[in-house]
Design a protein around this ligand. Structure first.
Ligand SMILES: [Zn+2]
Length: 340
């Protein structure tokens, strides 16, 4: 029994984080979201070079394909390897056969020059015809001038801004800082601490596993009137698994919640990357409907076609050698972990 669906979309990913698994523990155990950022992610991203990024992105793209995800909305940061980094992410995904929407996460954490170089990487990539958005890390790590520059570039290029919003309580000022800058094409990741009656424009990107892992709270995205799409925030790209978790988290605060709501968040991904709707995933299970999938573990893709080309057959990628990608990624992970 098999069933076919369109390609799934991961609406918020960090392909640069695929090599993080197994990294050495930080010197002190982080006790807040700010400390998790400082002691884990901001040490990891600073240690990345373009070769590590290439294999991190290939591994992430491979794992997406193996989960039936044909499109990734990525949010990238590598502060010591900014220039050209979006090309590396785009090329890695193209090699595996996965669609990607790139963005470089601009921040003032590395001073005004770091912010300027981040803006320029977004501009360079978009002007060269790359499929992308303008990335911003988050309001709490950016000056008003940087937020305005990112919004202006996005308006100029006719794309949205992909930004973390009120993920932790550290960023509760975000709605006030961003009001008047946002537009419907913006992607607002997390929104855990965003008031229900906020005045921001854009799609809310819900990442339940990441929010649980960082102990930042539950976003309860059903409360928002704006569209909601599902992401992973870098913890793989298995969107059926994300849907199942999103459903049960929703249910945990509302016993009347049904899987259809979380399924609608998964489907919202096709508004962000409409081409994925034309991709075809043949699954090991039938029927692929929300009430079945919410309670059925182990559903996996057998075949994936992207733009008419078979890129996964019998569960194996056709364009790359999965074992080789994993081996090269492990080598680069060892280099990265040694730097930490
Ligand atoms: Zn994120």
């Amino acid at each position: 029994m098999t069933a076919t669906t369109p390609g799934l979309v991961c609406a918020h990913h960090h392909l640069y984080s695929a090599l993080a698994r197994g990294m050495p523990a930080p010197p002190q155990t982080p006790t807040t979201f700010q400390e998790i950022l400082e002691q884990i992610w901001w040490r990891l991203d600073a240690a990345l070079d373009l070769e590590m990024l290439e294999w991190s992105a290939k591994l992430g793209a491979l794992e997406a394909l193996e989960a039936g995800t044909t499109a990734i909305v990525d949010h990238h940061e590598s502060p010591n390897a900014i220039e050209g980094s979006l090309d590396v992410v785009a090329a890695a995904c193209a090699e595996v056969g996965v669609r990607v929407v790139c963005a470089y996460g601009v921040t003032d954490r590395h001073g005004p020059d770091g912010a300027r170089r981040g803006i320029e990487e977004n501009r360079r990539f978009l002007e060269a015809g790359g499929r992308g958005l303008v990335g911003v890390h988050a309001a709490f790590t950016c000056t008003d001038a940087t937020l305005e520059a990112a919004a202006a570039l996005a308006a100029e290029r006719n794309v949205g801004v992909h930004i973390h919003v009120a993920e932790g309580i550290e960023d509760v000022e975000a709605p006030a800082r961003l009001e008047g800058l946002t537009a419907p094409a913006w992607l607002l990741a997390h929104c855990v601490h965003l008031p229900t009656d906020h005045r921001l424009e854009g799609t809310v990107l819900h990442n339940p596993r990441s929010n649980l892992n960082n102990a930042v709270g539950y976003a309860d995205p059903a409360r928002f009137s704006k569209p909601v799409a599902l992401g992973t925030d870098g913890i793989g790209a298995n969107m059926i698994e994300s849907f199942r978790l999103a459903y049960v988290m929703h249910r945990s605060v509302d016993v009347t919640a049904t899987p259809e709501t979380a399924w609608s968040w998964l489907e919202e991904g096709w508004s962000l990357v409409p081409e994925a709707r034309g991709d075809e995933v043949t699954w090991s299970y039938d029927p692929m409907d929300p009430w079945h999938l919410a309670f059925t573990p182990g559903v996996r893709p057998l075949r994936v076609r992207v733009g008419g080309e078979t890129v996964l057959d019998d569960g194996a990628p056709t364009r790359v050698d999965a074992a080789e990608v994993r081996a090269k990624a492990a080598e680069q992970a060892a280099r990265l972990h040694a730097r930490l």
